[in-house]
Design a protein around this ligand. Sequence first.
Ligand SMILES: Cc1cc2nc3c(=O)[nH]c(=O)nc-3n(C[C@H](O)[C@H](O)[C@H](O)COP(=O)(O)OP(=O)(O)OC[C@H]3O[C@@H](n4cnc5c(N)ncnc54)[C@H](O)[C@@H]3O)c2cc1C
Length: 250
Amino acid sequence: MIETDISKVIIQEYTKKLCEHLENDVVIVGAGPAGLAAGYYLAKSGIKTTIVEKKLSIGGGIWGGASGYNIVTFEDTDILEEIDVTTKKEGNLYVVDAIEFATGLAYKATKAGAVIFNLIEAEDIVLKDETVKGIVVNSASVRTLRLHVDPYCICAKCVIDVTGHPAELVSMLKTRKPDLFPKELHEYFMNVEASEAGVVEKTGEVFPGLYVAGMAVCDVYNLPRMGPIFGGMLKSGKKVAELIINKLKA
Ligand SMILES: Cc1cc2nc3c(=O)[nH]c(=O)nc-3n(C[C@H](O)[C@H](O)[C@H](O)COP(=O)(O)OP(=O)(O)OC[C@H]3O[C@@H](n4cnc5c(N)ncnc54)[C@H](O)[C@@H]3O)c2cc1C
C-alpha cells in the first residue's frame, strides 16, 4: 500500500535522524539569523550540530524585514559573500532581499551538515555538575496546547541560546539562579552602531556549557536594540561558532 509506505518511510527516517542527534557536540536553540550562521560555521568545521526551532518556518525575524517590508540591511558584505546572496549598495548600506537571505542562509547551514528540527521547543535545560549539558524539549504543539505530556532530552557539549527575545535559556537559568543574572533581561533603546558592535563583543559563554548569541545577547547585557540590520546577527553567530570550535578542538 503506497499510503502506508509513505507513512513508514517518513516515521523511520525521522526517528533515525532524531536518535542520531540526541547526542551532539553543539545544540543550537533558535533558527534565526544568528542560529543559522552559527550552525553553518560549526557544521562546516566538522562539529556535530543540531538546531531546534519551535516554529514551522526557520529564519526567525528575517522574513518580515522592517514592518513587513521584506528587505534587510547590512553595513558590510563579508559573510554575505560567503553565503552567496545578492547585495545592492545604497549609500553606506547594503540591501538584501529578506527571502533570498533567509533561504540562502538556511541552505548553506543545512548543506554544511547542520541538522534542523523544526516544531520542537526547548522548555528547560539539562544541568549536571553546574554545567549545561543539553536541553529538555517537547513538540511545539504540545507546548502550544499546554498539554500535560512529558518531554525528552537532546544533549550536547555546548548549548547556544539564540532564541532572540527574551533569551529563553538564560531566562530559565535566571529563574532558578537569580543571583547569577541579577539584572532584568531586556534590550535598551534603539542605537544601531552601539548595538551592532556590542552584540558581537558580548557574544560568548554566560554559564558553563551555555553560550549566548544574536539578539539574546542584547537582552542578557541590556544592550540597545538595532532593528532590521543583520550584520551583527551574522557576526555574532560566526563568533560563537569560532569560540566553540576553538574549545572543542583544543
Ligand atoms: C517579533 C520580532 C521582534 C523583534 N524585535 C526586535 C527588537 O526589539 N529589537 C531589534 O533590534 N530587532 C528586533 N527584531 C528584528 C530582528 O528580526 C532581530 O533582531 C533578529 O531576527 C534577531 O536574530 P536572532 O537570530 O538573534 O533571533 P530571531 O531571529 O528572533 O530567532 C530566534 C528563533 O528562536 C526561536 N525560538 C525561541 N525560543 C525558542 C525555544 N524555546 N525553542 C526553540 N526555538 C525557539 C524562534 O522561534 C526564532 O525562530 C525583531 C523581530 C521580530 C520578528
